[in-house]
Design a protein around this ligand. Structure first.
Ligand code: ADP
Length: 603
């Protein structure tokens, strides 16, 4: 192989450079080492194994749980000029045999395969006959019982690898970042001293919002009207809701389609394609839709119901803005969603043929995750900071790009108030709880305040200018930052925390995220205007024509980001065209002339 990894990245994939984490994972796999990549959806996991696959001898197997995922990935590879194939139950017996024969003759560099296929005789023959230099496990969290998508067939993977004539490098990739799942992946897939890369989970181009509308449908309708022509997904918990919402949207004149596991396979495929090929703008679906759908121009993901955990939420919401453009992720929350999820957890338990102990602990984990999701849906703190902490990061306290930071809460300097509160607690150590302290600080005349003579304290009433909600929020914040502490005696009371001295001696400043006291503004839709709208539109039309001609979804030809860049840079020759992100050699040859013509005509 004469090309090096940078050339391949540029010429085949059309990327100007590696994104964070990609190079370390690529290098590890290239040197024959195992690797574990934990990156959020849209970060670019596929190139981490596709690129080494092209440089290593023999063939790479990619084990992947979903048929639609394989088809799209392989289509995209073929578009880039890479010899790829997939083997799964979507192929007929004959097609399957043909693919295996081709594979045995070394026709492919990358083969996607469903885990259930690994033990079959045809596949076992392949495994013995061709050199498999790398095995990559996509959506690797499916191996863990603690993950949100446990698949028992994933547990068979190590056995398959152990049966190979030579142990290949093993790569595992997931977007699920909790430590337990990560450890499970390494242990259950028997990774040997893997290079572990966990990249930041933040996706700065995504706006996060939680709304609690009285009428969810009207809120959705308004949201969609604010974003004419933008493609996006609406997730619902139940099939029934999908049917209802899709029906209402269609009769309200929106271009919508639907997807859930209760539809015939043929309709599912058709509806999915309508969305992928930009024939329908809105996909209304249950969580059955989307794993592996990497339509890059999804501009919003609305959750009509709260999903069962933050892992699912972030994975589904993360399908927005994969091309790096600004996109909106909005959850329409209602307390009923919690009960429906609880019901679903109970249902699931009935179905599992597991021993009672495992059942009980699985259920407990699910309930904990649901609780954590509910906190996200109801918190006042920065939403981004809330989920990033769940994924093990230490983000800034405020992102200024979520509904809480922008509309529901504000950072307020409460240093003076914090000092008063600490001084008050210092004088009344272990006598008052949080609510009573808040009441006294605000100057309440309620019975217990008077009885405990808190009215005589020098800080009685000193926080009278704050609402009760704000005062309690301040006290909770002071506990979290160790200025105050809880004293869990017979009744939980407050005492001074380890940092109190610093605050009382005038050292620290205290800024707190508090509920806004004015009426929240309406969220403004995020706009991602192309640099030159008219040219962008012309390029999109050409892309649609080419996509039809080659029978692939438009984004497989070029992503919206690539078109936007073209419309901004207006390249005049092949060289300039080749510099656009996402334009590799094969695509340049295949499409360059046509796109350059449209640009020239426009100029
Ligand atoms: P994941 O599997 O992590 O969800 P993908 O592999 O599907 O992500 O990549 C997401 C998007 O990022 C794709 O549109 C891909 O073309 C783009 N991408 C990946 N790596 C790079 C890179 N190094 N430079 C530019 N774009 C990239």
């Amino acid at each position: 192989m004469t090309q090096d990894k940078y050339e391949l990245l540029r010429d085949v994939f059309g990327y100007p450079g590696f994104r964070p984490g990609q190079e370390a994972l690529t290098d590890a796999l290239l040197s024959g080492r195992d690797a574990l990549g934990v990156m959020p959806t849209g970060a670019g996991k596929s190139v981490c194994y596709q690129l080494p696959a092209l440089l290593l001898p023999g063939v790479t197997l990619v084990i992947s749980p979903l048929i639609s995922l394989m088809r799209d990935q392989v289509n995209a590879l073929i578009q880039m000029g890479v010899r790829g194939a997939y083997i799964n139950s979507a192929l007929s017996e004959r097609q399957c045999r043909k693919a295996l024969d081709n594979a045995c003759q070394g026709m492919y560099k990358i083969i996607y395969v469903a885990p259930e296929r690994l033990p079959t005789p045809g596949f076992q023959r392949l495994a013995q006959e061709v050199e498999i230099s790398m095995v990559c496990v996509d959506e690797a969290h499916c191996v863990s019982q603690w993950g949100q998508d446990f698949r028992p067939s994933y547990l068979k993977i190590p056995e398959f690898i152990a049966g190979l004539p030579r142990r290949p490098a093993v790569g595992a990739f997931t977007a699920t970042a909790t430590r337990q799942v990560r450890e499970d992946i390494a242990a259950l897939l028997e990774l040997e001293d893997p290079e572990v890369v966990v990249t930041g989970f933040d996706r700065p181009n995504l706006y996060f919002g939680v709304e609690r509308p009285k009428d969810k449908y009207q809120a959705l309708r308004e949201f969609l009207l604010n974003r004419p022509d933008r493609p996006g997904i609406v997730y619902c918990l139940a099939r029934k809701t999908v049917e209802e919402i899709c029906g209402r949207l269609c009769s309200d004149g929106f271009s919508a389609t639907r997807y859930h596991a209760g539809l015939e396979a043929e309709e599912r495929q058709r509806n999915q394609d309508d969305f992928l090929y930009d024939r329908r703008r809105i996909m209304v679906a249950t969580n059955a839709f989307g794993m592996g759908i990497d339509k890059s121009n999804v501009s919003f993901v609305v959750h009509y119901n709260m999903p069962k955990d933050l892992e699912s939420y972030y994975q589904e919401a993360g399908r927005a803005g994969r091309d790096g453009s600004p996109a909106d992720c909005v959850l329409l929350y209602n307390g009923r969603d919690v009960r429906v999820n609880q019901y679903l957890i109970n249902q699931e338990e009935d179905k599992q043929e597991l021993d009672p102990e495992t059942k009980a602990s699985l259920r407990q984990r699910q309930e904990e995750r649901l609780h954590r999701m509910t906190i996200y849906a109801t918190t006042l703190e920065c939403l981004r900071s809330n989920f990033l902490r769940y994924f093990g990061e230490t983000p800034p306290r405020s992102c200024n790009h979520c509904s809480n930071c922008l509309y529901r809460s504000e950072m307020v300097d409460l240093t003076q108030e914090a000092r008063s509160a600490c001084a008050f607690v210092g004088r009344n150590r272990s006598r008052v709880g949080l609510h009573l302290a808040a009441a006294a600080l605000r100057g309440s005349k309620e019975n217990r305040v008077v009885r405990l003579r808190l009215t005589a304290d020098s800080d009685y009433g000193s926080l009278g200018h704050l609402s009760l909600e704000r005062t309690e929020a301040l006290l909770r914040e002071l506990i979290e930052r160790n200025y105050l502490a809880r004293d869990d005696g017979e009744y939980p009371t407050l005492t001074l925390g380890s940092e109190a001295r610093e605050l009382l001696s005038g050292g620290d400043r205290v800024q707190v995220n508090l509920p806004k006291e004015m009426k929240p503004d309406k969220p403004v839709p995020t706009e991602a205007l192309p640099a030159d709208p008219e040219l962008f539109r012309a390029l999109k039309e050409l892309r649609m024509t080419l996509a039809r001609k080659y029978g692939v979804p438009p984004f497989v030809v070029f992503t919206d980001t690539a078109l936007r860049e073209m419309s901004a840079q207006k390249p005049r020759d092949m060289q300039g065209f080749g510099r656009i992100t996402g334009v590799g050699e094969v695509k340049s040859q295949r499409y360059g002339k046509a796109f350059l013509e449209v640009i020239a005509e426009y100029l």
